[in-house]
Design a protein around this ligand. Sequence first.
Ligand code: IMP
Length: 431
Amino acid sequence: MKNVAVAGAQWGDEGKGKVVDILAEKFDYVIRYQGGHNAGHSVVFGGKRYALHVLPSGIFHADTVNIVGNGVVVDPFALLKEIEGMEAKGVPVTPARLKISDRAHIILPYHGIIDRWRESGSGKRQIGTTGRGIGPAYEWKASRRGVRFCDAYDMNHFRQRVEFEYTAIREIYGAMDELTEWPLSRVLEESCAAVTRLMPHVIDSVYELAEARTAGKRMLFEGAQATLLDVDFGTYPYVTSSNSCLLGITAGAGVPPGAVQRSIGICKAYTTRVGKGPFPTELHGDIGTKLRDAGHEYGTTTGRPRRCGWLDLVALKYVQHLNDFSTLAIMKLDVMDSLPEVKLCVGYQVDGEMITRFPAALDVLDRVEPVYKTFPGWQTPLHEVRRYDALPTEAKNYLAAVESFIGCPVGLVSVGPDREQTIFRHADLFT
Ligand code: IMP
């Protein structure tokens, strides 16, 4: 039995949720290792839609243990709301099914306030964040001022830690309007109450996962966001604040590098991005609008329209160097059904030169002109296709070009939102 990791290969929203949902029941553990409630995906089954933000996707399976790893930043208010929403729909979220690492950092109200303040107003540095306090929470962690769940084993200690941080923040950011709505008394009262309710879920996940590995339990590591939003390897500073590619697993879940044997890179048949930052293959005209409409490209967490463009193989190859995915899952191929021609970006033209490397420097990335290879479209609805062989030749040629450029097999193709609308090409990579 192999442990599997799933991560986004672009700028997020690739459809990780669908793949993880299909796989989750085969695993004893599903583990989130980074991010927070900036992530979001919906899972539809039995006629009900469930929105997941922090809860790992194994939460629907009675025998799966779900771990929120130490690398996740947890907003206790948001997590409680998510748990309540699940329970109202009949999904029990007991301490046996949801466990939170006691080393995970807590997002406190002032983190969200600082995030939103930085993003608002003219002249402010705008990243286009989700405004959920993710960046400030990771900042506090890195500057060794964060508050963790283990601090709440002793509630007096927790109160002191929050009070100390609050006082320091007040001195620097005292003028922020939203902060005045959150005096220390309110922060303490509401945060203590929320964290206390979560404490039955809190464990030392290092030991839990070490014992599980010794017992041969199967683990699925579920990434949030995606590689090009990774704080080290993404389009910095237009990134999230965690290691959202597979390299984040060991530090964010507390397992050694050898804990993962197989990995799946989730990639749309085209590209989308929310928030600001470079996007070389972005389409501003009709085709971009068509992709947005056909693909329902609006954020699950914030409802923002997503920017849309062609699939960028230069970026994807860079992403493959970092993750070494065992297989790619190509999602939403059906969204391109009506296009008379489809394009793949196979190089960048910059300063009179053709490059095939994804540049680190943003000013270079801003200047690159994509070089495309054009393919005839298939112009046939793919929703009903269930076998790879049954795909139109044009679609197979398009996927073959992706495989050969990236050097990674396309093991799964998604042709619609339902579980059944999935073509397993290399089924062995998904067992
Ligand atoms: P933050 O993670 O809220 O700090 O936002 C930083 C950047 O990451 C912004 O461009 C967000 O739009 C983007 N981002 C964060 N979470 C997601 C996600 O789950 N999908 C897509 N983009 C995301």
